[in-house]
Design a protein around this ligand. Structure first.
Ligand SMILES: [Fe+2]
Length: 299
């Protein structure tokens, strides 16, 4: 008899195989925010896949067990990891609604770099390596699909109006760190964009803050690499509306990291990237970290 986990995995895979779209048309729809019935009560939200198809598959299984009604990805599908084309069928199988990240915008529009927003030369060096690899290994049909992803989604969760974006509502590659984002600023963003809660990603480190007047800001983190916390798992976010309260849970997500590390080495991706997967500590693209977030890490 199959375990619930293997049943879930088979269901996801069978669904993809049965629904596999014509390769001539990237028919997996994403841009219709009204595609699902709203309001929801419980949704799973994540960002920064970074080609980590192992973690994405684990997320689909785990969020299904957690009783989520819908799944949303806040962008940056590529970068860092191996085999970008393995990500898209999983998004499709999980019926995941996707917001366009800076990475997706760059790959979709054939730009020369990821527009990640780094300023340090060593950050940009590693960002360029992973961007060139991802660009070279992403099929044209999925590049076209990413080009047309929406820059934001609006979702009702209970009585709360949520705005889902990548960096911030005003700039796709804006880094909103916990230590440098004032409550006043976040509250202003919510007010100006008519949202009870703003959900973003881009930084790779999850955090949330309850704001005055029952508003919220949530950085949902990323599932592509550990959160520079020494853990080998990654994190995703479950958000539940309960009467007049919005509950935000950050859920640890174990996945087969050794299999990911093996694929990365086979693809000749930088050993520094693999070290992060095997230790839980960032080794690259970290000059952008503010002092407080950097001191939580190892380097
Ligand atoms: Fe990003």
């Amino acid at each position: 008899m199959n375990s619930p986990s293997s049943n879930s995995k088979n269901r996801i895979r069978n669904r993809f195989l049965n629904d596999s779209p014509d390769s001539s048309s990237a028919s997996y729809p994403n841009s219709s925010a009204g595609r699902y019935q709203s309001p929801y009560r419980r949704i799973a939200v994540f960002g920064g896949v970074y080609n980590n198809h192992f973690a994405l598959e684990a997320l689909l299984e785990d969020s299904s067990r957690q009783g989520t009604e819908a799944i949303f990805c806040l962008g940056d599908l590529g970068g860092f990891g191996p085999h970008p084309d393995k990500v898209f069928p999983l998004l499709q199988a999980g019926d995941v609604q996707v917001v366009q990240g800076n990475y997706d915008h760059s790959i979709g529009n054939s730009l020369d770099d990821c527009r990640c927003g780094y300023t340090d030369p060593s950050d940009n060096y590693y960002a360029k390596l992973s961007y060139d690899y991802t660009f070279a290994h992403t099929s044209d049909r999925w590049k076209s699909w990413m080009k047309h992803l929406p820059s934001e989604l609006r979702v009702d969760l209970g009585r709360f109006h949520l705005l889902l974006c990548h960096g911030s509502p005003r700039k796709t590659n804006e880094f909103l760190w916990e230590s440098t984002s004032s409550t006043h600023f976040l509250e202003k963003l919510c007010r100006e964009h008519q949202a009870d809660a703003i959900l973003a990603t881009h930084t790779g480190i999850h955090w949330s803050r309850r704001l005055p007047e029952n508003r919220h800001f949530v950085n949902v983190g990323s599932i592509g690499r550990p959160a520079n916390d020494g853990n080998l798992h990654v994190w995703y976010t479950m958000i539940t509306a309960d009467d007049d309260r919005l509950n935000v849970e950050f859920l640890p997500l174990p996945y087969p990291y050794k299999a990911l590390a093996k694929e990365m080495r086979t693809e000749d991706l930088p050993e520094a990237f693999v070290e992060t997967i095997e230790t839980g500590w960032w080794t690259t693209c970290m000059e952008v970290l503010p002092g407080k977030e950097r001191r939580r890490g190892k380097w």
